[in-house]
Design a protein around this ligand. Structure first.
Ligand code: GBH
Length: 444
């Protein structure tokens, strides 16, 4: 871990965009100042969140955003990726908050990069059918237009959705996240409607004058558990679900083979909307996944906090031989290089410039040498991809500060800044100071 200090992080292009990320539900609190979302309802159900906590206060960022903007500026990053809570936008005066936040960021010389949806669907939209219903896609495009109308004069870079793959899988297939549906493969329309929502939002944002629009998707290499054909087949299938199901329609205008038939509506017409060219493509990277053929027990299996039903045609396996984070996720920086090279090979001249919109890890403690090692390793891995000619334009750490980690509650700490959830005091960790110094050296 101490290696980091001796060998400087390699030099990135002078116009490379450095940033930190958060999301509304995970940091804002102030739930009474807005309409409820699916996450408010979900966390109110006993047993859904491990420590029984809710995000009613979270980091109280809604009231303390001034202090948080100062921390972002002090880090020396050029950009801040946050999300706009859709139910807050629907509430009287809700957009005032984002107006103030964007002003504060601009005054501090930090570029605001809003994400228009990070999993907190308004409860009223959910009650009308949520992402299972096609209408939600147009409602989302209206939301995008409304936000652009208010803050678009100060925003260049937009992100439509965060990780539709995880929202489909965790929220609608497995029920581990809000809205808690366990539809398994019947959750596929949720993926289609989010993709359609993205395409309609791109059009709405462009109509409002936006010129720099992307999406943040969760991606990672899939490693087959062995060379056995059954393991390879299972790994390919998992790769289709987690990587290609989202990237192929966005970048190639087509679903992976066999998937389009499972989607609702006039899929060919929708694909034209979905494939509306983005100006850049965001990748959230955490770890590779090892996948093998289904285990023959016929019982649900536990994997990394998830309960996986026996009818899945694949099974994730432990990756051995690497350090793991406090969350149990393996730390494999070279998998980021592998992922980026694979993207370039697969999408070739259809691939827009890339941005790493999230990368980070959960560890306890303020003297977080493991986080420094994680970030250092991933920056080197990213630099190797740039050297190999992959066009990556930016890198955002997840996360600025410790926050409400969904079904894990406050037990997982991903921040560069520690948050004391009793006093709400912010304390920059060793990794904050380390990154600040790395960025200083990048500017020198
Ligand atoms: C992101 O999702 C979210 O956008 C963000 O809100 C969240 O706080 C952050 O990451 C941290 O979780 O069991 O080893 O196979 C992350 C998506 C999907 C990444 C599950 C890790 C499983 C790890 N995650 N994946 S493993």
């Amino acid at each position: 871990a101490r290696m980091a200090a001796s060998e400087p992080v390699p030099q990135f292009p002078h116009d490379f965009l450095w940033g930190v990320s958060t999301s509304a539900h995970q940091i804002e609190g102030a739930v009474d100042a807005r309409l409820p979302s699916v996450w408010d309802a979900f966390t109110a159900e006993p047993g859904r969140v491990k420590d029984g906590s809710t995000a009613a206060v979270a980091c109280d960022h809604y009231h303390r955003y001034g202090e948080d903007v100062a921390l972002i500026a002090g880090l020396g990053v050029g950009a801040y990726r946050f999300s706009v809570s859709w139910p807050r936008v629907m509430s009287p005066g809700g957009l005032d908050f984002y107006d103030r936040l964007v002003d504060a960021l601009c005054a501090a010389g930090v570029q605001p990069v809003p994400t228009l949806f990070h999993w907190d669907t308004p409860l009223s939209v959910e009650e009308a059918g949520g992402w299972l219903k096609r209408d939600t896609a147009s409602l989302f495009a209206d939301h995008a237009a409304e936000v652009a109308d208010r803050i678009g004069d100060r925003v260049q870079k937009w992100i439509t959705l965060n990780e539709p793959a995880e929202h489909t899988l965790l929220g609608h297939a497995l029920g581990q996240h809000a809205p808690g549906r366990q539809l398994l493969f019947d959750a596929l329309p949720v993926a289609h409607h989010q993709l359609l929502a993205h395409g309609l939002a791109v059009r709405a944002l462009r109509a409002a004058g936006a010129t720099d629009i992307g999406i943040a998707n969760s991606h990672g290499p899939t490693w087959p558990a062995s060379d056995d054909p059954a393991d390879r087949e299972a790994a390919d299938f998992y790769d289709v679900l987690l990587n290609r199901l989202f990237a192929d329609p966005l970048l190639l205008g087509a679903y992976p083979e066999g998937i389009g038939d499972l989607m609702p509506g006039d899929v060919d017409a929708d694909l034209k909307v979905i494939a509306e060219p983005v100006d850049w493509y965001g990748i959230n990277f955490y770890q590779p996944t090892k996948v093998g053929a289904p285990l023959t027990s016929g019982e649900a299996t536990e994997f990394s906090g998830l309960t996986l039903p026996p009818e899945l045609p694949f099974s994730p396996r432990e990756i051995e031989g690497y350090p793991v984070t406090d969350f149990g996720w393996p730390v494999v920086p070279e998998a980021l290089t592998e992922l980026l090279l694979a993207f370039r090979d697969r999408y070739d001249d259809r691939l827009p410039p890339l941005v790493i919109t999230e990368n980070g890890c959960s560890y306890e403690g303020v003297d977080d040498q493991e986080r420094i090692a994680y970030l250092d390793g991933h920056l080197r891995a990213l630099h190797r991809a740039l050297e190999a000619g992959v066009d990556v334009r930016g890198y955002f750490v997840w996360s600025l500060m410790d926050n409400f980690e969904w079904a894990e509650g406050y037990a997982r700490r991903f921040g560069l800044v520690h948050v004391d959830y009793t006093t709400l005091e912010r304390t920059p960790k060793a990794s904050y100071h380390w990154l600040r110094d790395v960025l200083r050296a990048q500017r020198a």
